[in-house]
Design a protein around this ligand. Structure first.
Ligand code: FES
Length: 107
């Protein structure tokens, strides 16, 4: 959902682009973060937590909590709140820990 009418803000005339989330084509505005673009498309669940498998998504929106990480164009653990969406970008839910956090006995 985007704001289309506002008494103070000007009409948003930014160019519309297309990107993909879990292979589903979505629209975004140039200059939006990936997280904002997902939220604007009604997607609030970006993945699930590692231990309890609870929904994970936008939390701090400032690059501090790592709740919003996704796989973007093949790169794991990208913070979607701090990364701008681009034309044709392929974004996927990321359900795993970074390799550096895995213990020796885990796969
Ligand atoms: S929402 Fe906290 S780092 Fe992105």
């Amino acid at each position: 959902m985007h704001i289309t009418h506002h008494p103070v803000l000007k009409k948003d005339e930014r160019k519309e682009i297309k990107f993909f989330f879990n292979d589903e084509p979505l629209k975004a505005k140039v200059g939006q973060s990936i997280a904002a673009a997902l939220m604007a498309n009604g997607i609030k669940k970006f993945g699930v937590s590692r231990k309890l498998h609870q929904s994970r998504g936008l939390f701090c929106a400032s690059g501090r909590c790592y709740s919003c990480f996704l796989t973007v164009d093949g790169l794991d653990h990208v913070l979607s709140c701090s990364t701008l969406v681009e034309e044709g970008m392929e974004v996927y839910s990321n359900l795993s820990d970074p390799d550096v956090r895995r213990g020796k006995n885990e796969n």
